[in-house]
Design a binder for this molecule. Structure first.
Ligand code: HEC
Ligand code: HEC
Ligand code: HEC
Ligand code: HEC
Ligand code: HEC
Ligand code: HEC
Ligand code: HEC
Ligand code: HEC
Length: 450
């Protein structure tokens, strides 16, 4: 939700200072006097020639219509660590700009979205990678072979594009190639703020329609270890979306996007949007009962995610809270998710569905615990290689929970039968046998072997 504001204050200079904008639905119905200052208008005029792609997207956006200017987002104070003048329009003047636009800027006008985002698991995405030694050694040592200057490439071209990075700038405020550009969801900005609003609302359209479509999540939530878009396409909901979703209406205001605009839910409908009496949120954890990505699935009773707020208060890089969820607890979270279903399905339908989906998660845990116990014993007895990635038992264990085990759990909870079964439990039951045979051999011989 937007903060309340007098529309007449929507001029570039006052917006640099003011933090208030009116309710979205009321803003939409009014003709807004652009009222760009001369300076703010000059950005648009020149950039229309130099970077027409950007100006065109902006012009068609709600921001363009409401007179939120280039300067409102890119203008910074001289002492901001991101401040620079690498633009002929401002060079040598007392105006400073930044090519980076952090959530702190969006927060001036959209404070609720930013706070909700900071409380979500998305906000730990970059921090947790930086805080864990095992991941840094995977990236730089094992994948990057400790090659000076090259070992940073796996992080920049891979992890960071989804998770984000701790963005570094040079003296002129320009971001380094190691850390930017990226679309990663948990970017940490030099001004101390955390998050990336362009991950789902790409610049410069910043469109609500785009974010409501599955494509907005699919660029990250795919592949062998979290195939959420594949699961969605496999589900009845994806079936319906893929056959007719291009004709649905995605542009209603947040409190008014309801069945009728669409016939089946998208990722956003279940995880973020308002529906019925349920409020829309930028905290994707609020409706989650389980943690479905860890080696063992536990209930999410840990309250809000803390990595971003800890970082913003203390500058400390921490791994965050794997059990972050709804601060009212996992039972409440599940009741919120069921509320989504209730706009289209009966209580019996929804309850029956979740009883069996949860059993599949608990069944996974039986495998996950067995596998973990074997690895723990092998470690204790000195029967694991120091270099875990060279150890056959460890590699099987990793795939068991990180790949097929996640597919099994996420497939079941989102109605993707092929992922729950053939890409899921079927592979899990094969892998636990492979692990067990290595375990038995090592325990019998007292040697690692291969
Ligand atoms: C609502 C805020 C907002 C407005 C308004 C805005 N921008 Fe941006 N702009 C962004 C964000 C966010 C990024 C991505 C930066 C990042 O990753 O931190 C960006 C990136 C850019 C970039 C670098 C991207 C690239 O592909 O090279 C340029 C240049 C730029 N903006 C120019 C402009 C111009 C010119 C205007 C006015 C027509 C404008 N912006 C209006 C938020 C905004
Ligand atoms: C006279 C033309 C002109 C004007 C006026 C102008 N720009 Fe630029 N701007 C450019 C050009 C050219 C570039 C460089 C594009 C490139 O690197 O290819 C640039 C670069 C930028 C960048 C990227 C900076 C970077 O670090 O690479 C941003 C952001 C930007 N301008 C924003 C603005 C804003 C905000 C205003 C208004 C205060 C503005 N520009 C006014 C022409 C202009
Ligand atoms: C200076 C105030 C201001 C800033 C800064 C600002 N916005 Fe907005 N934003 C608005 C206003 C005003 C609207 C509503 C426009 C309307 O409905 O006509 C809006 C609407 C939006 C929408 C809804 C668009 C739609 O399709 O309905 C999104 C998404 C959005 N902003 C994202 C962002 C992001 C991300 C940033 C930071 C990169 C940002 N905004 C920065 C004022 C701002
Ligand atoms: C730019 C990449 C990116 C996009 C786009 C993205 N996500 Fe994520 N998402 C991630 C990453 C990375 C994580 C893992 C965060 C972590 O735990 O470090 C994640 C985690 C999650 C989680 C679990 C959070 C937790 O606490 O464990 C949910 C649920 C989720 N995303 C839903 C969505 C939905 C729904 C969308 C689209 C509306 C979406 N994501 C868009 C990258 C993305
Ligand atoms: C294609 C996008 C993508 C890439 C590339 C990617 N991840 Fe992820 N990662 C995700 C998503 C999405 C999740 C959320 C999975 C879920 O919730 O089930 C995730 C989850 C995780 C998690 C578990 C969540 C947590 O909080 O602990 C870790 C750890 C992780 N990723 C580390 C990495 C590392 C390290 C790299 C690079 C070596 C990497 N990821 C590359 C998208 C990606
Ligand atoms: C994981 C994807 C995702 C990310 C990241 C994201 N948004 Fe959104 N955003 C959405 C979705 C989905 C909606 C529509 C929600 C609905 O249907 O109720 C939305 C709606 C909005 C709206 C318009 C609705 C309103 O409440 O006025 C604004 C403004 C907005 N987002 C700002 C932001 C800001 C600021 C950030 C960065 C902190 C951000 N978004 C990051 C997915 C995202
Ligand atoms: C019909 C509603 C629905 C739709 C549509 C949906 N999800 Fe889910 N999603 C769920 C449910 C239910 C769970 C399990 C929640 C729990 O733990 O109780 C879940 C779990 C997840 C998780 C696992 C979080 C974890 O703990 O690892 C991620 C990530 C995720 N969804 C992302 C997505 C993405 C991306 C899409 C679209 C491609 C999507 N979802 C579509 C309902 C949905
Ligand atoms: C916007 C409406 C809508 C919402 C919200 C919704 N669904 Fe559905 N769902 C449908 C439609 C339509 C079908 C196809 C109906 C049919 O063929 O009988 C469907 C089918 C399904 C199916 C396949 C059932 C079958 O007949 O085999 C499952 C399972 C399902 N939904 C579960 C859920 C769950 C769980 C939720 C909430 C997390 C949910 N749905 C939310 C509209 C919705």
């Amino acid at each position: 939700m937007l903060k309340k504001i007098m529309l007449s204050t929507l001029t570039a200079s006052s917006l640099l200072l003011a933090a208030n904008v009116g309710g979205l639905s009321s803003v939409k119905t009014l003709k807004v006097n652009r009222g760009l200052t001369k300076l703010a208008a000059s950005c648009v005029e020149c950039h229309a020639k130099k970077t027409p792609g950007i100006v065109n997207d902006w012009r068609e956006s709600r921001h363009g219509h409401a007179g939120v200017s280039c300067l409102d987002c890119h203008g910074v104070q001289k002492d901001n660590p991101m401040a620079g003048q690498n633009c002929p329009g401002v060079k040598g003047t007392n105006v400073y700009i930044s090519i980076l636009v952090s959530p702190k800027t969006c927060e001036r006008c959209h404070p609720q979205e930013v706070t909700e985002f900071e409380h979500s698991g998305h906000a730990r995405a970059a921090l947790q990678i930086k805080s864990k030694k095992s991941m840094q050694s995977l990236i730089h040592h094992y994948e990057g072979r400790d090659c000076p200057g090259l070992s940073e490439a796996p992080q920049s071209t891979g992890c960071a594009q989804c998770h984000g990075d701790i963005i570094k700038v040079n003296k002129g405020g320009e971001p380094t190639p190691q850390t930017w550009p990226n679309n990663g969801i948990g970017d940490v900005y030099p001004d101390g703020s955390v998050g990336n609003c362009t991950s789902c609302h790409s610049a410069h359209k910043f469109s609500i329609e785009e974010a409501r479509k599955p494509a907005a999540c699919a660029s990250c939530h795919l592949g062998p270890d979290h195939p959420d878009i594949e699961i969605y396409n496999n589900s009845m909901h994806g079936h319906i979306f893929n056959s007719e979703g291009s004709k649905w209406n995605y542009s209603s205001a947040p409190d008014a996007w309801e069945p009728g605009d669409y016939r089946a839910p998208t990722c956003a409908t279940c995880h973020m949007s308002g529906i019925g009496n349920l409020k829309s949120t930028h905290n994707v954890d609020l409706r989650l009962k389980w943690n479905l990505w860890a080696p063992i699935s536990k209930l999410r009773n840990g309250g809000y995610e803390t990595a971003a707020s800890t970082y913003m208060k203390t500058g400390k890089v921490t791994k965050g809270n794997p059990l972050a969820g709804n601060p009212k607890g996992s039972t409440y979270a599940r009741s919120q998710m069921k509320q989504v279903c209730s706009s289209c399905h009966s209580t019996t339908f929804t309850n029956n569905f979740f009883i069996m989906a949860d059993k599949q998660v608990e069944l996974y845990n039986v495998y996950g615990k067995d596998a973990k116990a074997m690895i723990t014993t092998l470690k204790k007895k000195g029967l694991m290689k120091k270099d875990v990635w060279a150890d056959a038992a460890f590699r099987i264990y990793f795939h068991l929970w990180h790949h097929e085990g996640r597919r099994m759990r996420q497939g079941a909870e989102m109605g993707g039968a092929d992922y729950s079964h053939w890409h899921g439990v079927f592979v899990v039951q094969q892998d636990i046998r492979k692990l067990k045979s290595i375990y038995d051999r090592r325990m019998k011989t007292g040697k690692i072997g291969y």
